[in-house]
Ligand binder design. Structure first.
Ligand SMILES: Cc1ncc(COP(=O)(O)O)c(C=O)c1O
Ligand SMILES: N[C@@H](CCOP(=O)(O)O)C(=O)O
Length: 531
């Protein structure tokens, strides 16, 4: 990308030109079996089966001074398993009996397919929709361990059997569902446009939601003396930031494979600061992903990418949270930017569970938005789901979704087909303009959110999304992680882009007259016109 003349770009870069690894490849998944431990968990059932949330919001009595929130959770825990979950092959034939305990280290089914975490829905259905709504609502905004987290406030639906003590959480989730009033009205003629700010979070992206689950499970496995020395991922910048933060918090080594010179400086510095072992590899994300899969098949490094279905259990809570924030009313559309394609499935799964368990009576239509420079799902959708071909992803300002061979392609297709979903794409100009327009109405969005907003523009223009449709755009990362792209845009320093919404700073001489001149011109241009 062109560098700016108005702003100094940082000279910080990390390109160690590391030689690619060439370890022998094992295609067999590693399976370890452990006996299931008796874990404690809150007991939500009351004698008369009334929906009294448990644990009840703490009484007015303060905790003893020498007790912290973990100790308190331990004291209040009732040791009884009501709910459980296991790995099963994704979309398996109903006759399949293949399944694995979540305490096994397994990422693929026997036939090499993706896995899914399957909950015991029969047990969950013993409680009605009102019960779950009340339970989840009762936990929002508290500091009770671990329910103060937006993810763990849905613990029974996430990792029901984990001991509260093993949970590694930064009280992630509960992110703002922002009413984009001015953006919606001014640019789209919409009254009900909402932005789910998943990027306003601990490490600045939605990845925290899945990572708290994965690292908690690793914490549990390590306490069981399982052979997990470290946790590793390939990343376009956000997964690595989340992984390294949660691992650092639990004292677990993290290893991250980054495509050299393809992620933002702000993202790069996150794992460095959190003490991860950072490999900058001279390949793209898909190359890093291939390498981490090979490495984790050989070494005692647990795989943290969303190929590992545990991650999606945390990510799906963003969907539940959206319903909760609308007081359990269902929006018409939810638009999600897609790269490795775990998240679009996670959203579908969260909505679908709410429907199946009676919290709502329908699910929204999902839109997955891709950068035109990295659009394998879009091409597949356009072919009428006939033929999937990975692509070589080209450079895009939406660098976190520069992915050509998404691991969760099958999950994404299942999700989109099941909800009559749509796939859209955004060119570089479209996504940067949309990001700038959103910012001009008071947001500070990332380029990936620009991709999702472009999809919204296109679907509004074609009339697919109606002006009255309640629509949620998922903002996946914090804009502060992508300031360089904004600097280039507002400097009009991008080749082949008009940057029509650029707002560069004006250079003014340090004298009163010059300042007054530019200010009076500016005020005239902004004065309300009276007819
Ligand atoms: C900021 C951001 N947005 C969107 C995505 C896409 O999510 P997914 O890979 O689950 O499709 C990613 C990661 O890929 C991301 O980091
Ligand atoms: N955008 C991601 C890409 C990897 O996705 P994952 O969900 O499979 O970990 C990143 O930030 O690394």
């Amino acid at each position: 990308m062109a560098s700016s003349t108005l702003f100094q770009s940082s000279p910080f870069s990390l390109n160690t030109n590391t030689k690619p690894y060439s370890l022998p490849i094992s295609t067999k998944p590693i399976h370890f079996t452990v006996k299931s431990q008796s874990q404690s968990q809150p007991q939500p059932l009351t004698q008369n089966n009334t929906p009294t949330p448990s644990p009840s919001p703490s009484s007015k009595l303060r905790r003893p001074a020498d007790e912290n929130i973990r100790d308190e959770a331990r004291r209040k825990n009732v040791s009884q398993h009501l709910f459980s979950a296991k790995y099963v092959p994704f979309n398996a034939d109903p006759s399949s009996t293949e399944s694995y305990s979540l305490d096994e280290i397994v990422y693929r089914s026997q036939s090499g397919d993706l896995l899914d975490v399957q909950h015991d829905l029969t047990a969950l259905k013993k409680f009605d929709g009102a019960y779950w709504r009340n339970l989840f609502d009762s936990r929002v905004g508290k500091t009770t361990w671990p329910y103060g987290s937006g993810v763990w406030s849905k613990k029974e639906w996430v990792l029901p059997e984990i001991d509260d003590d093993d949970i590694v959480s930064a009280f992630e989730g509960n992110s703002n569902l922002f009413w984009a009033e001015r953006f919606g009205k001014q640019f789209l003629g919409m009254n009900e446009l909402w932005v789910k700010h998943c990027g306003i979070s601990h490490t600045g992206s939605f990845k925290d939601l899945g990572m708290t689950v994965l690292v908690s499970q690793v914490n549990r496995l390590r306490k069981m003396n399982r052979p997990v020395v470290g946790v590793g991922c390939a990343s376009t910048g956000d997964t690595s930031a989340a992984l390294s933060a949660y691992c650092a918090s639990a004292g677990i080594p993290s290893i991250v494979f980054l495509p050299a010179n393809r992620i933002s400086i702000a993202q790069l510095v996150q794992p460095i600061a959190n003490g991860a072992f950072v490999l900058s590899i001279d390949t793209d994300f898909d190359g890093c992903m291939q390498l981490i899969r090979e490495v984790t098949a050989e070494l005692p490094i647990y795989l943290a990418n969303s190929l590992n279905s545990l991650r999606l259990e945390g990510q799906k809570t963003a969907a539940i949270e959206i319903l909760q924030q609308f007081d359990w009313q269902v929006p018409d559309w939810v638009i999600v930017p897609g790269g490795n394609l775990g998240n679009i499935y996670a959203f579908y799964k969260g909505f679908q569970m709410c429907k199946e368990l009676g919290l709502v009576d329908r699910i929204p239509r999902l839109v997955c938005a891709q950068a035109a420079n990295a659009n394998p799902l879009y091409l597949y959708f356009k072919s009428g789901w006939k033929e999937f071909k990975p692509v070589r992803a080209q450079t895009t300002f939406a660098s976190a979704i520069q992915i050509g061979d998404p691991v969760s392609i099958d999950r994404a297709v299942h999700a989109l087909r099941s909800c009559n979903g749509i796939v859209e794409e955004a060119t570089e100009e479209e996504l940067m303009d949309a990001m700038a327009q959103a910012d001009s109405t008071g947001m500070f969005t990332c380029p990936h959110t620009g991709v999702a907003l472009t999809a919204l523009f296109k679907l509004r223009n074609s009339g697919v999304i109606k002006p009255t449709d309640r629509t949620v755009v998922v903002s996946t990362a914090h804009g502060l992680k992508f300031t360089q792209s904004k600097i280039e845009y507002h400097s009009k320093g991008i080749k082949d882009l008009a940057c029509q919404f650029a707002n560069p700073p004006m250079q003014v001489k340090a004298d009163f007259g010059s300042v007054m001149d530019v200010l009076s011109k500016y005020l005239q241009s902004k004065a309300p016109r009276y007819h």
